[in-house]
Ligand binder design. Structure first.
Ligand SMILES: *Cc1c(COP(=O)(O)O)cnc(C)c1O
Length: 389
């Protein structure tokens, strides 16, 4: 995979994957729907290696999937390969299956996306892989103290997508590399624009493209980016598991990618405006926004991140879960739905699941995704929902 690190990121978002051989005279690659690709000869069939740019079989993609993979590699400095999976969750599970085998132990951050935990406690356990959960605020030394002879992998998610603790990713990654332990990061919140994972020492970085990259709440997809040491293994596992994304969905994800930089800036600005307003509200307790002082791990965010995105949470003071749920029900502009990262604002009750830690959130949490609406209207919506609490 050819990547171009010579241009700045906003330029690479626009140019990535637009090879003339794939696009012809179009700006974007065409959608080429195919399971079967016809070869000219047996010789060609035998010598065609599945790689972007070579028609082999639908599972290995056509122009829109190749272009998306190349464009994603182009914005993730240090990525030797990017593989696509049918959802963000499939990207997480496929990456874990690529690195783990029976008898191994996995250290999983206790703030992980809940379906990631379910995969560890379900399928991985059945395979004979033991998962131990660790505190998202653990130092590299504390994580090192948990690692044993069988520890093969450490999984990080920073910030956690319900409770927003920011981890010491470079510290933990450096410690892991010294010990021959592979690190995997769910980088969905930040994307490579705000947190270039490989520059911080991570081996495998996962994105739910469903969220910020898709950006329009109309597709499911995941990506696994890997360093040179892991790219072949990941690619082979993606193939063995039959992971596939449609050319149409890849085309939509690529369209979303072109405006990712602009959208992230707006999501960030709106989320900061909402969070500042909420911070001053008498009915609001802690603000869990990585850019805010009081957010656990905020110092790591300041040190390592180029900005924040639009997803954060806040605690409702003096409310029980029923009161919190009623507050969410009163919101009119904010939609109530799973996922995030689209153009539309969402609010959901957030109840993190924990095994190894028992953090005090200071009240039931509401998670907000600040969309692209005018933030003044979003604040007015929150205000009217509070008026009745
Ligand atoms: C949504 C999400 C995923 C899974 O993505 P899907 O495409 O919905 O499967 C993984 N990790 C994080 C942090 C997410 O928010």
């Amino acid at each position: 995979m050819v990547t171009d690190d010579s241009k700045r990121i906003d330029t690479r978002l626009v140019t990535g994957g637009r090879r003339k051989a794939w696009t012809g005279r179009l700006v974007s690659p065409p959608v080429e729907r195919a399971s079967t690709l016809i070869f000219d000869s047996v010789e060609q069939m035998r010598t065609s290696r599945p790689a972007p740019g070579t028609y082999v079989y639908g599972l290995q993609g056509t122009t829109s999937q190749w272009a998306l993979r190349e464009a994603l590699a182009d914005i993730d400095p240090g990525a030797a390969g990017v593989a696509l999976a049918s959802s963000g969750l499939a990207a997480v599970t496929t990456a874990l299956l690529a690195v783990l085998q029976s008898g191994d132990e996995l250290l999983m951050v206790d703030s992980a996306y809940i379906p990631t935990r379910q995969f560890c406690d379900g399928t991985l356990k059945k395979m004979g892989v033991t998962t131990r959960y660790y505190d998202p605020l653990a130092s590299a030394e504390e994580v090192a103290a948990l690692a044993g002879d069988r520890t093969r992998a450490i999984f990080l998610e920073s910030p956690g997508s319900l409770s927003f603790e920011v981890q010491d990713v470079p510290g933990i990654a450096a410690m892991a590399r010294d010990r021959g332990i592979v690190t995997l990061l769910d980088n969905t919140w930040a994307t490579p624009l705000l947190f270039p994972a490989f520059a911080h020492g991570v081996d495998i970085s996962i994105l739910a493209l469903t969220k910020h990259v898709g950006g329009h709440s109309d597709l499911l997809m995941g990506a696994i980016s890997s360093t040179q040491s892991w790219a072949d293994r990941v690619e082979r596992t993606v193939f063995e598991l039959g992971q596939s994304v449609s050319p149409d969905d890849a085309w939509l994800a690529l369209r979303g990618l072109r405006t990712l930089g602009l959208r992230l800036k707006r999501h960030e600005a709106s989320s900061l405006e909402l969070a500042r307003w909420l911070q001053d509200h008498p009915k609001v307790g802690a603000i869990r926004h990585p850019a805010f002082d009081g957010c656990p791990g905020h110092a790591y965010w300041r040190r390592d991140f180029a900005g924040s995105s639009g997803l954060f949470a806040f605690a409702l003071k003096d409310a029980n879960k029923a009161g919190r749920d009623a507050f969410v029900d009163r919101l009119r502009i904010f939609g109530l739905g799973y996922s995030w990262g689209g153009f539309e604002s969402l609010a959901v009750p957030a109840d993190p699941v924990r095994t190894a830690t028992a953090p005090d959130f200071g009240g039931p949490l509401v998670r907000i995704h600040a969309g692209l609406e005018d933030p003044a209207d979003l604040i007015a919506d929150l205000d009217q929902a509070f008026a009745e609490t």
